[in-house]
Design a protein. Structure first.
Length: 303
């Protein structure tokens, strides 16, 4: 399978989105903001080759290479390329993003041993924060906000108030299925409220094409659907896999990565059982169930 080439979109003066179609597993979006002679990069990429292409795209835009990298969370598709930009760039992320990245290590190679990730040096954030912080690049204000436990325990939203642009990380998958295995269903719903409160006009999702705030509504409808499915399935004594296999996805059937439904039900079941938000799940069991949902075929890394 050959993915379409990544492309750069100029969103405003000095603000760019870097989109990697088709937005499936390990094909994330990134972005960069330049002002005052400095550049800030939002996320990197899953492979060394793709991170180098991202670096070339920054240079092709005619802006300096980044001195700061903000990771929206710890997953390797957003962080494996950090080493391409460090040590020249300081890596910034939430406190938990650093902890989680160090704990995960070379997790993607274990899940997808056949993928050529290249030379990946795990490079966690050098600078961490707990709630929010603000950076200034010339006249551009960049707010980095922790929404609480949502996609993971260490998510960050990157918000440019003057330009009305938000980089959501994996709080939003445009045209793709949310993934809650390492986060929280209830927390993801709260994170959508935070995103709505910002009032952005342009939404750069963690995966998929550029979108607008209507993506929040679609994501919420899906999360409410999972919530109800979990309540009903648990009441009937069904396992997450049984509940997922019986489910009618309806409007969400066209979204990529439909197999994530069973992972999301695992998370919803845990929260209904009173487990803390973000409490670790049995990831091997989750991946096994997703393989079953995928027709017995292991999920594919698109990078």
């Amino acid at each position: 399978m050959t993915a379409e080439p990544p492309y750069t979109v100029r969103l405003a003066d000095g603000v760019y989105a870097y989109v990697q179609p088709d937005g499936g597993w390990c094909l994330n979006n990134a972005g960069f903001v330049s002002g005052g002679g400095r550049t800030l990069l939002v996320d990197t990429a899953a492979t060394e080759r793709r991170a180098l292409a991202l670096r070339d795209a920054v240079a092709a835009a005619g802006v300096p290479l980044p001195r700061t990298v903000v990771n929206t969370h710890h997953h390797g598709d957003h962080t494996y390329g950090n080493g391409v930009f460090a040590p020249e760039a300081l890596v910034l992320g939430h406190d938990s993003a650093r902890t989680e990245q160090l704990a995960a290590g070379h997790q993607l190679e274990l899940i997808w041993p056949g993928t050529d990730f290249g030379t990946v040096e795990i490079t966690p954030p050098d600078l961490t924060y707990s709630d929010r912080m603000t950076l200034h690049l010339g006249g551009t204000e960049v707010r980095v906000i922790h929404p609480g436990v949502a996609h993971t325990t260490g998510d960050s939203v990157v918000w440019l108030p003057r330009q009305g642009i938000v980089f959501t990380g994996d709080l939003v998958f445009a045209g793709g299925t949310p993934f809650l295995a390492m986060g929280s269903l209830a927390g993801s719903l709260r994170a959508l409220e935070l995103l709505r409160s910002l009032g952005a006009q342009t939404v750069v999702p963690g995966h998929g094409p550029l979108t607008d705030p209507s993506a929040y509504d679609a994501t919420e409808r899906y999360l409410r659907y999972v919530e109800e499915l979990a309540r009903e399935g648990r009441a009937k004594g069904l396992t997450p896999l049984e509940a997922a296999r019986e489910a009618d996805l309806g409007e969400f059937a066209a979204w990529r990565e439909g197999e994530r439904l069973v992972a999301n039900l695992h998370r919803a079941y845990a929260e209904l059982a009173g487990e803390p938000e973000g409490a670790p799940l049995d990831i091997v069991a989750v991946l096994t169930d997703m393989t079953v949902m995928n027709g017995g075929t292991p999920i594919l890394c698109h990078a």
